[in-house]
Design a protein around this ligand. Structure first.
Ligand code: TRP
Length: 334
């Protein structure tokens, strides 16, 4: 079935997925799977670049992430879900692409740069981590993806991928590789519950899709609001107020949200009222996901069979691309 565009995206399996993932990409994937050929990759090889000494975490997270995908409604009949390490073509392409990228260019990749800093590698930066943007270019190009729905922070990866595509096609005088477009979600990214710009497991500020209703309530209760809004009667700030940032995304009744904002700014509206509203909205949203997730968790053989089937399909496409790449590079000996 040849429909729409070839879409590819992926997640590092380092833990279960959270609301930031939902807003940042899962929601887009649900729409895109309807009219496109969509591939979703569980990037275990990339996860290992900075978790090579923790294989159990990566292994367990592959299953967690797969359950999250299926629970939110990524449908294996519409989307090919696969595991990166099951696609040797990606590893082979990475080796070829590495020749086309300079160390200096990698050092200038802003996402990579900030991750290296954040993880505090200093003199112990693993070479594999340093070159993961090249491996990500292989992830994207092995199926000749045209569209990659990702969060803002991944734009430098897309840019670097397109540089590799252009270099490859120019140097080997071919059209084999295809440039790709990023699709950035309609909402700005969801802040963490502490008000930090990014929700992330490692920052400990995430609400997971698999969190129980009680945990969601607790996390919302601890959410960063306006530190100067001490008494209910005080006027409060809406900007930078995490509860409002979440209501903007998840509350369907945007007129009411606007009224609440006005009330809050004037004073007389307490944080607890808003937090109760947000808790209910989030739990209503998450409840059906939790129920479906339990079913998949209890049926690991089914989940693994989906991954196996998807990986076999992806690898067969990768083999075709690899053949064309090798021909272009004149290493197609027999
Ligand atoms: N780097 C992405 C992240 O950290 C995950 C990823 C790996 C990815 N390969 C990809 C995303 C290919 C899009 C396309 O979230």
């Amino acid at each position: 079935m040849n429909k729409g565009k070839i879409v590819l995206t992926g997640d590092r399996p380092t833990g279960p997925l959270h609301l930031g993932h939902y807003v940042g990409s899962l929601e887009n994937r649900l729409l895109l799977q309807e009219n496109n050929q969509q591939y979703v990759m569980i990037a275990d090889v990339q996860a290992l670049t900075d978790n090579f000494n923790n294989p159990t975490k990566v292994r367990d997270s592959v299953f967690e992430v797969a359950c999250d995908y299926l629970a939110v409604g990524i449908d294996p009949n519409k989307t090919t879900i696969f595991i990166q390490s099951a696609i040797p073509s990606i590893a082979e392409l990475t080796i070829f692409y590495l020749n086309l990228v300079t160390v200096n260019r990698l050092k200038r990749n802003p996402t990579l740069k900030s991750e290296i800093q954040q993880k505090g590698f200093n003199d112990n930066l693993p070479a594999g981590f340093f070159v993961y943007p090249v491996s990500q270019a292989a992830d994207i190009t092995f199926v000749k993806a045209e569209l990659v729905p990702v969060g803002q922070d991944q734009l430098p990866m897309i840019e670097q991928t397109n540089e590799i595509v252009r270099s490859f096609n120019r140097i080997y005088n071919t059209q084999v590789l295809v440039e790709v477009k990023a699709l950035v979600p309609k909402f700005a990214r969801l802040p963490g519950i502490d008000g930090k710009a990014k929700m992330s497991k490692s920052l400990g500020n995430a609400i997971f899709l698999s969190d129980s209703a009680d945990i969601v309530a607790k996390k919302v209760k601890s959410m960063y609001t306006d530190p100067e809004h001490i008494h209910v009667s005080d006027p409060g700030k809406v900007e930078g107020n995490t509860v409002f940032a979440y209501l903007d995304v998840f509350d369907k009744n945007s007129e009411e949200v606007e009224m609440l904002k006005e009330h809050y700014k004037k004073g007389g509206l307490g944080d607890m009222v808003l937090k109760k509203r947000l808790t209910d909205i989030l739990n209503n949203f998450l409840e059906p996901i939790r129920i479906r997730r339990k079913e998949f968790e209890q049926n690991p053989d089914y989940v693994l069979s989906i991954l196996k089937e998807g990986s076999e399909k992806a690898q067969s496409i990768g083999e075709k691309t690899l053949k064309e790449v090798k021909t272009a590079m004149k290493i197609d000996y027999y």
